[in-house]
Design a binder for this molecule. Structure first.
Ligand SMILES: Cc1cc2nc3c(=O)[nH]c(=O)nc-3n(C[C@H](O)[C@H](O)[C@H](O)COP(=O)(O)OP(=O)(O)OC[C@H]3O[C@@H](n4cnc5c(N)ncnc54)[C@H](O)[C@@H]3O)c2cc1C
Length: 330
Protein backbone atom coordinates (compact mmCIF):
# COMPACT_ATOMS: atom_id res chain seq x y z
CA UNK A 1 0.00 0.00 0.00
CA UNK A 2 1.34 3.46 -0.92
CA UNK A 3 1.89 5.50 2.21
CA UNK A 4 -1.00 6.59 4.36
CA UNK A 5 -1.72 10.31 4.82
CA UNK A 6 -3.66 12.07 7.57
CA UNK A 7 -5.26 14.45 5.09
CA UNK A 8 -5.60 14.32 1.33
CA UNK A 9 -6.74 17.55 -0.31
CA UNK A 10 -8.39 17.23 -3.70
CA UNK A 11 -7.59 20.42 -5.60
CA UNK A 12 -4.54 22.67 -5.65
CA UNK A 13 -6.36 25.92 -6.35
CA UNK A 14 -5.78 28.85 -3.98
CA UNK A 15 -7.98 27.26 -1.32
CA UNK A 16 -6.43 23.79 -1.62
CA UNK A 17 -2.97 25.36 -1.32
CA UNK A 18 -3.80 27.41 1.75
CA UNK A 19 -5.54 24.38 3.26
CA UNK A 20 -2.32 22.39 2.76
CA UNK A 21 -0.39 25.10 4.60
CA UNK A 22 -2.86 25.15 7.48
CA UNK A 23 -2.81 21.36 7.60
CA UNK A 24 0.95 21.64 8.11
CA UNK A 25 0.39 24.09 10.96
CA UNK A 26 -1.60 21.29 12.60
CA UNK A 27 1.19 18.76 12.02
CA UNK A 28 -0.91 16.61 9.72
CA UNK A 29 0.78 14.50 7.04
CA UNK A 30 -0.72 16.01 3.93
CA UNK A 31 -1.10 15.16 0.27
CA UNK A 32 -2.55 17.42 -2.44
CA UNK A 33 -3.86 16.00 -5.71
CA UNK A 34 -4.86 18.08 -8.75
CA UNK A 35 -6.02 17.15 -12.23
CA UNK A 36 -4.09 20.04 -13.78
CA UNK A 37 -0.36 19.86 -14.47
CA UNK A 38 0.29 22.84 -12.20
CA UNK A 39 -1.18 24.46 -9.11
CA UNK A 40 -3.38 27.57 -9.04
CA UNK A 41 -6.85 26.37 -9.93
CA UNK A 42 -9.15 28.90 -11.60
CA UNK A 43 -6.60 31.70 -11.20
CA UNK A 44 -4.02 29.86 -13.28
CA UNK A 45 -6.63 28.59 -15.71
CA UNK A 46 -8.68 31.70 -16.38
CA UNK A 47 -6.94 34.86 -15.27
CA UNK A 48 -3.21 34.58 -14.50
CA UNK A 49 -2.48 37.95 -16.14
CA UNK A 50 -5.34 39.87 -14.48
CA UNK A 51 -4.93 42.14 -11.47
CA UNK A 52 -6.73 40.98 -8.35
CA UNK A 53 -7.76 43.64 -5.83
CA UNK A 54 -10.06 41.94 -3.34
CA UNK A 55 -7.85 39.55 -1.41
CA UNK A 56 -7.57 40.87 2.16
CA UNK A 57 -4.41 42.86 2.79
CA UNK A 58 -3.21 42.77 -0.81
CA UNK A 59 -4.23 45.92 -2.67
CA UNK A 60 -3.17 44.65 -6.09
CA UNK A 61 -1.49 41.52 -7.39
CA UNK A 62 -1.55 39.60 -10.64
CA UNK A 63 -3.12 36.16 -10.66
CA UNK A 64 0.22 34.52 -11.47
CA UNK A 65 1.96 36.30 -8.58
CA UNK A 66 -0.78 35.35 -6.16
CA UNK A 67 -0.55 31.70 -7.22
CA UNK A 68 3.22 31.83 -6.70
CA UNK A 69 2.68 33.17 -3.17
CA UNK A 70 0.09 30.50 -2.37
CA UNK A 71 2.45 27.83 -3.69
CA UNK A 72 5.38 29.07 -1.63
CA UNK A 73 3.26 29.19 1.51
CA UNK A 74 1.81 25.72 0.84
CA UNK A 75 5.33 24.29 0.54
CA UNK A 76 6.24 25.43 4.08
CA UNK A 77 5.42 22.04 5.61
CA UNK A 78 6.38 19.99 2.52
CA UNK A 79 3.11 18.31 1.64
CA UNK A 80 3.25 15.74 -1.15
CA UNK A 81 1.95 17.13 -4.46
CA UNK A 82 0.44 14.84 -7.07
CA UNK A 83 -0.27 16.91 -10.18
CA UNK A 84 -1.86 16.08 -13.53
CA UNK A 85 -4.02 13.37 -11.97
CA UNK A 86 -7.77 13.62 -11.71
CA UNK A 87 -9.37 11.85 -8.76
CA UNK A 88 -12.14 9.67 -10.14
CA UNK A 89 -13.20 7.64 -7.16
CA UNK A 90 -13.40 8.06 -3.40
CA UNK A 91 -14.48 5.25 -1.12
CA UNK A 92 -14.20 4.53 2.57
CA UNK A 93 -12.82 1.07 3.17
CA UNK A 94 -13.90 -1.23 5.99
CA UNK A 95 -10.83 -0.17 7.98
CA UNK A 96 -12.14 3.45 7.82
CA UNK A 97 -9.27 4.49 5.53
CA UNK A 98 -10.26 6.40 2.40
CA UNK A 99 -9.12 5.00 -0.90
CA UNK A 100 -8.81 7.54 -3.70
CA UNK A 101 -8.23 6.46 -7.25
CA UNK A 102 -6.93 8.70 -10.01
CA UNK A 103 -7.80 8.42 -13.69
CA UNK A 104 -4.65 6.41 -14.45
CA UNK A 105 -5.50 3.82 -11.76
CA UNK A 106 -3.09 5.13 -9.13
CA UNK A 107 -4.25 4.50 -5.55
CA UNK A 108 -3.95 6.93 -2.64
CA UNK A 109 -4.78 6.22 0.98
CA UNK A 110 -5.86 8.77 3.54
CA UNK A 111 -7.46 8.99 6.98
CA UNK A 112 -9.45 12.09 6.03
CA UNK A 113 -10.23 13.93 2.78
CA UNK A 114 -10.73 17.64 2.15
CA UNK A 115 -12.38 18.46 -1.15
CA UNK A 116 -11.19 21.80 -2.52
CA UNK A 117 -12.05 20.94 -6.11
CA UNK A 118 -13.66 24.27 -7.01
CA UNK A 119 -16.28 23.88 -9.68
CA UNK A 120 -14.74 20.60 -10.83
CA UNK A 121 -12.43 19.85 -13.72
CA UNK A 122 -12.28 21.80 -16.97
CA UNK A 123 -11.96 20.84 -20.59
CA UNK A 124 -11.73 23.59 -23.20
CA UNK A 125 -14.02 23.39 -26.22
CA UNK A 126 -11.60 22.92 -29.10
CA UNK A 127 -11.54 24.74 -32.43
CA UNK A 128 -13.29 22.60 -35.01
CA UNK A 129 -11.97 23.57 -38.44
CA UNK A 130 -10.21 21.97 -41.39
CA UNK A 131 -6.47 21.44 -40.72
CA UNK A 132 -6.89 22.41 -37.05
CA UNK A 133 -4.74 19.45 -35.99
CA UNK A 134 -1.90 20.59 -38.27
CA UNK A 135 -1.48 23.82 -36.32
CA UNK A 136 -2.25 22.75 -32.77
CA UNK A 137 1.06 24.23 -31.59
CA UNK A 138 -0.01 27.68 -32.81
CA UNK A 139 -3.55 27.32 -31.46
CA UNK A 140 -3.75 28.59 -27.89
CA UNK A 141 -6.51 28.23 -25.33
CA UNK A 142 -4.83 30.04 -22.43
CA UNK A 143 -2.87 33.29 -22.21
CA UNK A 144 -0.21 31.86 -19.92
CA UNK A 145 2.74 33.00 -22.00
CA UNK A 146 2.08 36.25 -23.79
CA UNK A 147 5.52 36.20 -25.44
CA UNK A 148 4.23 33.50 -27.79
CA UNK A 149 2.12 36.21 -29.44
CA UNK A 150 4.70 39.00 -29.63
CA UNK A 151 4.85 40.68 -33.05
CA UNK A 152 2.46 38.15 -34.56
CA UNK A 153 -0.76 38.47 -36.52
CA UNK A 154 -3.21 36.98 -34.06
CA UNK A 155 -6.76 35.82 -34.69
CA UNK A 156 -9.02 35.48 -31.64
CA UNK A 157 -12.19 33.41 -31.93
CA UNK A 158 -15.05 33.75 -29.45
CA UNK A 159 -17.71 36.17 -28.25
CA UNK A 160 -17.69 36.18 -24.44
CA UNK A 161 -15.84 38.37 -21.97
CA UNK A 162 -12.84 36.04 -22.04
CA UNK A 163 -12.46 36.44 -25.83
CA UNK A 164 -12.81 40.22 -25.68
CA UNK A 165 -10.41 40.41 -22.75
CA UNK A 166 -7.90 38.28 -24.65
CA UNK A 167 -8.15 40.53 -27.71
CA UNK A 168 -7.42 43.61 -25.58
CA UNK A 169 -4.59 41.87 -23.71
CA UNK A 170 -2.98 40.84 -26.99
CA UNK A 171 -3.39 44.22 -28.71
CA UNK A 172 -0.21 45.89 -27.35
CA UNK A 173 1.85 42.70 -27.91
CA UNK A 174 0.65 41.35 -31.24
CA UNK A 175 1.23 42.92 -34.65
CA UNK A 176 -2.49 42.76 -35.45
CA UNK A 177 -5.54 41.32 -33.69
CA UNK A 178 -8.65 40.09 -35.52
CA UNK A 179 -11.63 39.02 -33.43
CA UNK A 180 -14.03 36.55 -35.04
CA UNK A 181 -17.42 35.76 -33.57
CA UNK A 182 -20.25 33.85 -35.16
CA UNK A 183 -22.98 35.69 -33.20
CA UNK A 184 -24.71 38.93 -34.08
CA UNK A 185 -23.62 40.69 -30.89
CA UNK A 186 -20.96 40.02 -28.31
CA UNK A 187 -22.07 38.23 -25.16
CA UNK A 188 -19.68 40.13 -22.89
CA UNK A 189 -20.24 43.30 -20.90
CA UNK A 190 -21.73 45.99 -23.15
CA UNK A 191 -19.09 48.59 -22.25
CA UNK A 192 -16.26 46.19 -23.12
CA UNK A 193 -17.94 45.28 -26.40
CA UNK A 194 -18.44 48.93 -27.35
CA UNK A 195 -14.76 49.66 -26.54
CA UNK A 196 -13.94 47.27 -29.38
CA UNK A 197 -15.41 49.68 -31.92
CA UNK A 198 -12.92 52.41 -31.07
CA UNK A 199 -9.95 50.07 -30.74
CA UNK A 200 -7.53 48.77 -33.36
CA UNK A 201 -9.00 45.30 -33.06
CA UNK A 202 -10.55 44.19 -36.36
CA UNK A 203 -13.96 42.77 -35.50
CA UNK A 204 -15.72 40.21 -37.71
CA UNK A 205 -19.21 39.51 -36.36
CA UNK A 206 -21.30 36.67 -37.82
CA UNK A 207 -18.19 34.96 -39.12
CA UNK A 208 -16.52 31.73 -38.11
CA UNK A 209 -13.21 30.05 -38.80
CA UNK A 210 -13.73 27.12 -41.13
CA UNK A 211 -10.16 26.19 -42.09
CA UNK A 212 -6.49 26.78 -41.36
CA UNK A 213 -4.04 26.75 -44.24
CA UNK A 214 -2.27 23.55 -45.23
CA UNK A 215 1.47 23.19 -44.63
CA UNK A 216 3.60 23.28 -41.54
CA UNK A 217 3.57 27.06 -40.90
CA UNK A 218 0.36 28.78 -39.86
CA UNK A 219 -0.11 31.71 -42.25
CA UNK A 220 -3.82 32.14 -42.87
CA UNK A 221 -7.27 31.15 -41.68
CA UNK A 222 -10.37 30.89 -43.79
CA UNK A 223 -13.39 32.63 -42.33
CA UNK A 224 -16.94 32.18 -43.53
CA UNK A 225 -19.71 34.79 -43.36
CA UNK A 226 -22.67 33.06 -41.72
CA UNK A 227 -25.39 34.82 -43.72
CA UNK A 228 -23.97 34.56 -47.25
CA UNK A 229 -21.62 31.58 -46.86
CA UNK A 230 -18.94 33.72 -48.53
CA UNK A 231 -15.39 32.72 -47.62
CA UNK A 232 -12.43 35.03 -47.17
CA UNK A 233 -8.84 34.63 -45.97
CA UNK A 234 -7.17 36.38 -43.04
CA UNK A 235 -3.45 36.52 -42.28
CA UNK A 236 -2.82 34.62 -39.07
CA UNK A 237 0.35 33.48 -37.31
CA UNK A 238 -1.20 32.51 -33.97
CA UNK A 239 -4.71 31.66 -32.87
CA UNK A 240 -6.41 32.22 -29.55
CA UNK A 241 -9.58 30.20 -29.11
CA UNK A 242 -12.14 31.10 -26.46
CA UNK A 243 -15.08 28.82 -27.15
CA UNK A 244 -15.86 28.13 -23.50
CA UNK A 245 -15.08 25.21 -21.22
CA UNK A 246 -16.89 22.07 -20.20
CA UNK A 247 -16.98 21.78 -16.42
CA UNK A 248 -17.39 18.39 -14.76
CA UNK A 249 -18.58 18.29 -11.16
CA UNK A 250 -20.62 15.11 -11.56
CA UNK A 251 -18.01 12.94 -9.83
CA UNK A 252 -19.00 14.42 -6.46
CA UNK A 253 -22.44 12.82 -6.73
CA UNK A 254 -20.88 9.47 -7.66
CA UNK A 255 -18.88 9.66 -4.44
CA UNK A 256 -22.14 9.78 -2.45
CA UNK A 257 -21.84 13.44 -1.49
CA UNK A 258 -24.93 15.60 -1.06
CA UNK A 259 -24.76 18.53 -3.45
CA UNK A 260 -26.73 21.76 -3.84
CA UNK A 261 -26.24 25.24 -5.32
CA UNK A 262 -23.26 24.23 -7.45
CA UNK A 263 -21.43 22.75 -4.50
CA UNK A 264 -21.10 20.06 -1.87
CA UNK A 265 -23.35 20.65 1.11
CA UNK A 266 -21.38 21.35 4.29
CA UNK A 267 -22.25 22.30 7.86
CA UNK A 268 -20.42 25.08 9.79
CA UNK A 269 -17.56 22.60 10.46
CA UNK A 270 -17.18 22.11 6.69
CA UNK A 271 -18.25 18.51 7.17
CA UNK A 272 -20.01 16.83 4.29
CA UNK A 273 -22.56 14.07 4.75
CA UNK A 274 -19.67 11.55 4.69
CA UNK A 275 -17.84 11.39 8.06
CA UNK A 276 -14.17 12.22 7.57
CA UNK A 277 -14.78 14.11 4.31
CA UNK A 278 -14.81 17.92 4.30
CA UNK A 279 -15.24 20.54 1.58
CA UNK A 280 -14.09 24.15 1.27
CA UNK A 281 -13.63 26.94 -1.24
CA UNK A 282 -15.76 27.11 -4.36
CA UNK A 283 -16.63 23.42 -3.92
CA UNK A 284 -18.51 24.01 -0.67
CA UNK A 285 -22.16 25.06 -0.49
CA UNK A 286 -24.00 26.60 2.45
CA UNK A 287 -26.31 29.50 3.05
CA UNK A 288 -24.77 32.93 2.15
CA UNK A 289 -21.72 31.27 0.59
CA UNK A 290 -19.41 33.73 -1.23
CA UNK A 291 -17.27 32.25 -3.98
CA UNK A 292 -14.16 34.40 -3.65
CA UNK A 293 -10.61 33.51 -2.67
CA UNK A 294 -10.61 35.15 0.78
CA UNK A 295 -13.79 33.34 1.88
CA UNK A 296 -12.41 29.96 0.85
CA UNK A 297 -9.26 30.35 2.94
CA UNK A 298 -11.19 30.54 6.19
CA UNK A 299 -13.21 27.49 5.17
CA UNK A 300 -9.99 25.59 4.47
CA UNK A 301 -8.74 26.27 8.00
CA UNK A 302 -12.06 25.15 9.48
CA UNK A 303 -11.99 21.96 7.39
CA UNK A 304 -8.48 21.15 8.64
CA UNK A 305 -9.45 21.78 12.27
CA UNK A 306 -12.42 19.44 11.83
CA UNK A 307 -10.21 16.78 10.25
CA UNK A 308 -7.72 17.16 13.11
CA UNK A 309 -10.42 16.55 15.71
CA UNK A 310 -11.85 13.65 13.71
CA UNK A 311 -8.41 12.05 14.01
CA UNK A 312 -7.82 13.19 17.58
CA UNK A 313 -10.94 14.26 19.49
CA UNK A 314 -8.75 15.79 22.23
CA UNK A 315 -6.90 18.08 19.84
CA UNK A 316 -7.27 21.85 20.20
CA UNK A 317 -9.95 23.57 18.14
CA UNK A 318 -7.47 25.46 16.06
CA UNK A 319 -3.78 25.84 15.21
CA UNK A 320 -1.44 28.12 17.12
CA UNK A 321 -1.25 31.43 15.26
CA UNK A 322 1.85 31.73 13.08
CA UNK A 323 3.43 34.50 15.23
CA UNK A 324 3.59 32.01 18.11
CA UNK A 325 3.82 28.75 16.20
CA UNK A 326 6.83 26.53 16.98
CA UNK A 327 7.68 26.16 13.31
CA UNK A 328 8.34 29.88 12.93
CA UNK A 329 9.62 30.80 16.36
CA UNK A 330 12.22 28.07 16.95
C1 LIG B 1 -12.65 34.88 -14.48
C2 LIG B 1 -12.67 34.81 -12.97
C3 LIG B 1 -12.23 35.90 -12.23
C4 LIG B 1 -12.25 35.83 -10.83
N1 LIG B 1 -11.81 36.92 -10.11
C5 LIG B 1 -11.74 36.85 -8.76
C6 LIG B 1 -11.25 37.95 -8.00
O1 LIG B 1 -10.90 39.01 -8.52
N2 LIG B 1 -11.18 37.78 -6.63
C7 LIG B 1 -11.59 36.65 -5.99
O2 LIG B 1 -11.46 36.57 -4.78
N3 LIG B 1 -12.06 35.60 -6.70
C8 LIG B 1 -12.16 35.67 -8.06
N4 LIG B 1 -12.65 34.61 -8.77
C9 LIG B 1 -13.10 33.41 -8.02
C10 LIG B 1 -11.90 32.61 -7.56
O3 LIG B 1 -11.09 32.29 -8.66
C11 LIG B 1 -12.37 31.35 -6.86
O4 LIG B 1 -13.19 31.70 -5.76
C12 LIG B 1 -11.18 30.53 -6.38
O5 LIG B 1 -10.34 30.15 -7.45
C13 LIG B 1 -11.67 29.27 -5.66
O6 LIG B 1 -10.56 28.52 -5.29
P1 LIG B 1 -10.66 26.96 -5.04
O7 LIG B 1 -9.28 26.54 -4.68
O8 LIG B 1 -11.80 26.68 -4.14
O9 LIG B 1 -11.10 26.33 -6.45
P2 LIG B 1 -10.41 26.40 -7.87
O10 LIG B 1 -9.61 27.62 -8.04
O11 LIG B 1 -11.53 26.16 -8.83
O12 LIG B 1 -9.43 25.13 -7.88
C14 LIG B 1 -9.93 23.83 -7.85
C15 LIG B 1 -8.87 22.87 -8.32
O13 LIG B 1 -9.37 21.53 -8.12
C16 LIG B 1 -8.96 20.73 -9.22
N5 LIG B 1 -9.88 19.60 -9.34
C17 LIG B 1 -11.21 19.64 -9.56
N6 LIG B 1 -11.73 18.39 -9.59
C18 LIG B 1 -10.67 17.55 -9.39
C19 LIG B 1 -10.55 16.13 -9.33
N7 LIG B 1 -11.62 15.33 -9.47
N8 LIG B 1 -9.33 15.60 -9.15
C20 LIG B 1 -8.24 16.39 -9.01
N9 LIG B 1 -8.30 17.74 -9.06
C21 LIG B 1 -9.51 18.31 -9.24
C22 LIG B 1 -9.03 21.66 -10.41
O14 LIG B 1 -8.18 21.19 -11.45
C23 LIG B 1 -8.55 22.99 -9.80
O15 LIG B 1 -7.16 23.15 -9.96
C24 LIG B 1 -12.69 34.66 -10.16
C25 LIG B 1 -13.11 33.55 -10.91
C26 LIG B 1 -13.10 33.63 -12.30
C27 LIG B 1 -13.55 32.43 -13.09
Amino acid sequence: MSSLFDVTIIGAGPVGLYTAFYSGLRALKTKVIDAEPDVGGKIRYFYPDKNIHDVGGIAEITGAELVQNFKMQAETFEPEFVLGKRVTSLIKQQDEIFLLKTEDGELHYSKTVIIACGSGTYEVNPLIAENAALHHAKTHYHLRDLEQFRGKKVVVSGGGDAAIDAAFTLLPIAKTVDLIYRGENFKGYEKRASDLLTSKIQVHLQHEITALNEGSELETVTVCAKASGEESTLSCEALFISHGVEVDFSFTKNWGLHTADWGIQVNPFMQTNLPGVYACGDAAAYSRKIRIISAGLHEGAIAVNSAKQYLDPDAANEAMVSTHHDHFTN
